[in-house]
Design a protein around this ligand. Structure first.
Ligand code: DPP
Ligand code: ZN
Length: 845
């Protein structure tokens, strides 16, 4: 397949006024009858009439009531059409029961549901399936199933049918339909202007007891969007449906969000604190799309970050407001570095707004989403909160109802601030993570900070230009007092100096406060300075960052020089651990958030060394024992102090305590053979405590009884079983990881057609770095075998998991050869999908 290019965009030849769809649902022979009103687009040069359509059986087609015989290919159809407005009608047959790709209309546990983003609507009926064709939809569903849902507001319904009308013009990717035997959990919300909205979360029987938290999160999201962005909901009803088989996290279909059940269903017994937090965030994310995505959508899929970057930014703000801003910023930075920086460093690097793609599904990436959100955060820092709010207001009024572009988005900032955004736009067009080198000097009371920036070449982009980088800094006096509070420096050149006058002694700089830009800072600070910042920085993010940098330095020295961990570092951890003035969640991030094995491998590689995943793994094992020994006098006290009495609450403060308590537990388990963990397992009344205990036991090579008990207790709960599968793979020693995967994939509850279950096993496997990278190549072969099996069933999920191979160039010749061979084997699969083929080709490039 040929790539398509942003530069080749042309407007649609025909526009659509309205769409009428009738669905006669049947597992293998669903009929879809469409009636669509088309008119020629005056802005388009071409008059060719083309409708996308894939895997459809065309029964008949008519134009203005007259039967026609279109030219049908695998990708769609063409036919002659009148010069003026006309009505297209067609009937197609589709097979939802055999749709294992989970794109278009498919079945999951006896229910029908749809996933149309990005290009799934063309598997439902013939249509111009592109986001710049927006229309009003009326939908009739015929089925005996009790719950029949589509977008918009319900109109008429009766025995065996229901009709829906969505008054808001929308692109086809926001179409949705659900039919099933589902139970609603209901509430209502009154908007700021007094409009009543019915809220429902639909789940399978038995799961209706696990919807309350998501419903509460939805109401808080609706209130927050009114208060912070002035955005109200715009239909009479808002429905959410939980589905077990789902490729992604969730989908923002207008008025009918469809969710992977993992991001909706929660009870204290079945969901962890982390699950509750991600449910809150994903509910908010999809709800916020109603304005940033639905009311204002994307002109084409190259503009995906227009809706995703902004909506991720908004959900991050929301979580920061609901919980701890500092902890949320740390968590977001950790995730960005783990996934997006890694992507930027390898063969899959691409700009936030890509310039070409073969399969758009391969571009729902950390770069588009998370770096896209960072770009918005930088804009906000650069223009200030007030101008940001003004720009957003202008964006919503100017583009409501539009399919917009990044140019449109940047224009509102230019118009509101008078600032030229040309250079800033490089954040959207240039791939790669900028690296900033910091040097400083002090003379006659003047402190000078020199910053230089450099971005390394990425595929297709050998030469990089300087970007606009907001670098928030603060200066501390050697006694720990802050002499210059947080100040925003704007780095726009390759190299720039910033001076601060009137200082009595050389200050200690705190650079990139609050992680003010998605960049890598190279700053040669010594251990003492880092320890000083860990103790004194007033910026919570940089306080954490100092601890993290120390930990990284310690691990690097352990790996390269085979030395014991620096006692100053261990003392620093102890000081944080016992500092009861610090929020437990924040302490947990400092003490528990070790650098990732993958990050150490990348650092070694950048130093010109060849990382040995097994040596890195062993270093961490040693370090953790050393930390456990060094802190052994305080961990039992912290553990006891962090136990939360009373009934479970998913709120941030209780969750933070459990998180620090469970870090103490994992340290204690290194020394007590799992005694405390076994006790916690036996008495746990919530999943956070139960799973942490099981994980600590398995990590010590024990826990056989608890593993069996957990299975017996939860075998009927799919989402809990996903945890049971994943924790075994995640805690397996490297030598045992592949064997664990092999035995779990033979388990009767393993089902590769369920993406959550597949990821629980094979996703956890690539996360077990040393196990995946076993020198004999067994890990690579095992993953390749499974991706080859999964590809014909579910290309999207298979393609996404090929990213496990994206760091192959870091390793020794032997591992490289094994990885390349595994990738080539996947590429030679005669049943290979376009999705996977594109990924492998990019990976091997
Ligand atoms: N548009 C979805 C989301 O990110 C992805 N399928 O919310
Ligand atoms: Zn989204």
């Amino acid at each position: 397949p040929q790539p398509i290019y942003l530069k080749d965009y042309t407007p649609p030849a025909y526009l659509v006024d309205d769409v009428h769809l009738t669905f006669q649902l049947s597992p293998n022979t669903t009929r879809v009858i469409s009636r669509v009103r088309f008119c020629k687009n005056p802005d388009a040069a071409s008059a060719e009439f083309f409708l996308h359509g894939e895997d459809l059986r065309l029964m008949w087609a008519k134009i203005d009531g007259v039967s026609i015989a279109p030219d049908v290919t695998e990708k769609g159809l063409t036919c002659d059409v009148p010069a003026n407005a006309f009505t297209w009608e067609a009937e197609v047959e589709i097979d939802p029961a055999n749709n294992t790709a989970l794109e278009g209309l498919y079945m999951s546990n006896g229910m029908y549901c749809t996933q149309c983003e990005a290009e799934g609507f063309r598997k439902i009926t013939y249509f111009p399936d592109r986001p710049d064709v927006m229309a009003v939809y009326t939908v009739r569903i015929e089925s005996d199933l009790p719950v029949l849902l589509s977008n918009g507001n319900p109109t008429v319904s009766g025995a065996g049918f229901a009709e829906w009308h969505d008054p808001w013009p929308k692109p086809s990717y926001l179409f949705a339909l659900v039919a099933g035997d589902l139970i609603p959990t209901s509430d209502q919300f009154t908007t700021a202007s007094g409009k009543d909205v019915a809220l429902n979360i639909y789940a399978r029987k038995g799961d209706e007891t696990k919807c309350a938290y998501a419903l509460d999160a939805l109401k808080r999201s609706m209130t927050w969007d009114e208060n912070v962005y002035g955005r109200e909901y715009d239909l009479d009803i808002f429905n959410i449906v939980a589905v077990d088989d789902f490729n992604a996290g969730a989908m923002e279909n207008k008025g009918l969000n469809i969710f992977n059940s993992a991001y909706v269903l929660a009870s204290p017994e079945t969901a962890t604190d982390a699950n509750f937090e991600s449910i809150e965030a994903v509910i908010a994310h999809e709800y916020f799309h109603n304005w940033t995505g639905n009311r204002i959508t994307c002109r084409d899929w190259f503009q995906l970050c227009l809706k995703e970057g902004l909506t991720v930014f908004r959900d991050q703000q929301f979580t920061g407001d609901m919980r701890s801003k500092a902890v949320k910023r740390i968590d977001d930075a950790v995730a960005l570095r783990a996934y997006q920086f890694r992507e930027d460093n390898g063969p899959l690097a691409h700009p936030v707004r890509p310039e070409s793609f073969v399969e758009i599904n391969n571009f729902y990436t950390a770069t588009v989403y998370e770096k896209g959100a960072e770009v918005i955060g930088m804009l906000k820092r650069l223009v200030g909160d007030e101008k940001y709010a003004e720009a957003l207001d202008l964006y919503f009024t100017r583009h409501d109802g539009d399919a917009a572009t990044i140019e449109d988005w940047l224009a509102v900032f230019e118009d509101v601030t008078g600032r030229d955004m040309t250079q800033f736009k490089r954040w959207y067009t240039q791939a790669g993570t900028p690296r900033i080198t910091v040097t400083d000097s002090f003379e006659n009371g003047t402190y000078t900070l020199k910053l230089t920036q450099e971005t390394r070449p990425t595929p297709g982009q050998p030469d990089k230009k300087p970007q606009v980088i907001p670098v928030a800094i603060g200066l501390l006096a050697p006694d720990g007092t802050e002499v210059v509070p947080t100040t925003m420096l704007e780095l726009t050149e390759d190299a720039q100096s910033f001076t601060f006058e009137g200082l009595t002694e050389k200050p200690v700089p705190s650079i990139l406060r609050d992680f003010s830009a998605p960049v890598i800072i190279n700053h040669d600070q010594d251990t003492k300075t880092r320890a000083f910042l860990l103790a004194h920085d007033t910026d919570p993010f940089n306080r954490w960052e100092a601890g993290h940098a120390l930990a990284t330095e310690v691990v690097m020295r352990m790996v390269t020089d085979d030395v014991a961990p620096d006692p100053a570092f261990l003392d620093g951890l102890a000081a944080v651990m016992r500092d009861d003035n610090l929020d437990p969640a924040f302490r947990a991030r400092i003490v528990g958030e070790m650098p990732r094995q993958d990050d150490i491998a990348q650092r070694l590689f950048e130093q010109g060394r060849t990382p040995d995943p097994m040596a890195i793994y062993r270093t961490f094992e040693t370090l953790k024992v050393q930390i456990a020994l060094h802190l052994q006098d305080i961990t039992p006290r912290i553990y006891a102090a962090m136990q939360v009495p009373g009934s479970y609450s998913p709120a941030a403060d209780a969750a933070g305590k459990r998180s620090l308590g469970n870090i103490a537990l994992s340290l204690m388990s290194r020394l007590d053979g799992g005694k405390q963990a076994a006790q916690q397992y036996a008495t746990a009344d919530n999943m956070t405590q139960q799973l942490a205990a099981l994980s600590a036991l398995l990590k010590q090579g024990g826990g056989a009884d608890q593993r069996a008990d957990f299975f017996q207790q939860w075998r009927h709960e799919k989402l809990v079983m996903d945890k049971w599968f994943a924790v075994q793979v995640g805690t397996a020693a490297p030598e045992d990881a592949a064997a664990t995967v092999k035995s779990l994939t033979k388990h009767p509850l393993f089902d590769m057609r369920n993406p959550n279950r597949f990821r629980a096993v094979l996703g956890a496997f690539s996360g077990n770095a040393a196990g995946f990278h076993m020198a004999d190549g067994s890990g690579y072969n095992l993953l390749a075998d499974w991706l080859i099996k999964l590809d014909p069933v579910n290309p999207q999920t298979a393609a996404r998991m090929t990213t496990a191979f994206d760091s192959w160039k870091r390793y020794d010749a032997n591992r490289q050869a094994h990885m390349v061979a595994a990738l080539q084997r996947i590429l030679k699969n005669p049943e290979i999908s376009g999705d996977v083929a594109e990924m492998i080709t990019r990976l091997l490039d």
